[in-house]
Design a protein around this ligand. Structure first.
Ligand SMILES: Nc1ncnc2c1ncn2[C@@H]1O[C@H](COP(=O)(O)OP(=O)(O)OP(=O)(O)O)[C@@H](O)[C@H]1O
Ligand SMILES: [Mg+2]
Length: 326
């Protein structure tokens, strides 16, 4: 873990994997075969991930998938069993890099006797924010998370959602170059969720990188450029949402195809029992619908409609988990 940024990662003994560059320009987070075990539990099984600067990256996975473990390793709050990683150009756990990261933990409690403003003041001091810049930073954080009118109320009297808003405000102090949010909306009402989406958009518009842990698919769907789906410590899929959700099933309204012609279309995917005038093909390769339609026409079919069956993220998520566990 002591490699300087830019130094190659030493290949592991016996590994034939070639050395990889430790850090590249424009990369906020990079991990290579990052693994964490707790006794016999493999919480994270060799995570390879790269998040670009200014990107909103979603880490999706069911309970116990390893999302919080990954975040703890990124922040240096837990040590990896093996593997390596870099955050903002520095090896995991580097204190100087950590000062440039904002973090909203999954489970947190602030001192109930402090007011919201005092909590923020305390965190400004912990982050060694220059005294002259603190009042402005605190006012901006309070305004951004919608707590300006509760600034001088004690946290002990805050609702769960208000405490989560305050946690988000703390994560925005600095200002950070990378913001890591672990289930940021678990206690929020729809307005609070919308606020978090707005805040994430504003952050990425300013070039700040956002790493978001969530099992709430709709949340990730609306804000993230790219996602990785994690299950049992392993990434089972990664890509843009468009890639993950690409239609893999299409229904054609087509007439004039012989039984042989229909069978030959089977090279594009599985053909579900053809009905009169309707053909459903499943398991299509990405971007193969135009070729399938051209082939149907070439075989003498008259195509009246092409209906891709768009899946919801939730269906796709469950499908990925099932195929990863098969
Ligand atoms: N400190 C620990 N000691 C022992 N096992 C742990 C510890 N922290 C995490 N684990 C185990 O590691 C696995 C991953 O846990 P983790 O908290 O990373 O999951 P998660 O994806 O964040 O889940 P959730 O959605 O419920 O927050 C689980 O099996 C968990 O029991
Ligand atoms: Mg978690």
């Amino acid at each position: 873990m002591s490699d300087a940024p830019g130094a190659p990662v030493a290949p592991q003994a016996g590994s034939r994997t070639p050395p990889v560059p430790a850090q590249r320009d424009g990369v906020a987070i990079r991990t290579v075969r990052l693994e964490k075990r707790y006794g016999r539990t493999v919480a994270l099984a060799g995570l390879d991930v790269e998040v670009g600067r200014g990107e909103a990256f979603g880490f999706l996975g069911p309970n116990g998938a390893g999302k919080t473990t990954a975040v703890k390793l990124l922040l240096g709050l837990a040590y990896a069993t093996s593997g390596e990683g870099w955050v903002l150009g520095a090896p995991l756990g580097d204190l100087d890099a950590r000062r440039r990261v904002g973090y909203l933990p999954e489970l947190f409690r602030y001192q109930p006797w402090l007011t919201a403003r005092e909590v923020l003041e305390l965190h400004c001091r912990l982050a060694r924010l220059d005294g002259g810049r603190r009042p402005d930073a605190i006012a901006t954080a309070l305004r951004t998370v919608g707590l300006a009118d509760r600034a001088d109320d004690r946290v002990g009297g805050f609702s769960k959602g208000m405490q989560q808003r305050l946690g988000l405000g703390v994560a925005l102090l600095g200002p950070p170059e990378l913001v890591i949010l672990d289930e940021p909306t678990s206690a929020l009402d729809p307005i609070g969720r919308q606020d978090v989406r707005r805040i994430i958009h504003e952050l990425t518009a300013q070039g700040v990188t956002v790493f978001l842990n969530s099992h709430l698919l709709t949340e990730v769907e609306r804000v993230c450029d790219r996602v990785a789906v994690l299950d049992r410590g392993r990434v089972v899929a990664t890509g843009t949402l468009a890639e993950l959700l690409a239609a893999r099933t299409v229904s054609l309204r087509v007439r004039g195809l012989s039984a042989d012609a229909i069978a030959s279309l089977g090279r594009f995917g599985r053909i579900a029992a053809p009905e009169d005038g309707r053909l459903t093909i499943d398991g299509l390769a990405p971007d193969s619908i135009p070729d399938l339609v051209a082939e149907a026409v070439r075989l003498g079919g008259r195509v009246y409609a092409v209906e891709p069956q768009q899946r919801t993220l939730e269906d796709r998520f469950l499908e990925l988990l099932e195929s990863g566990r098969a």
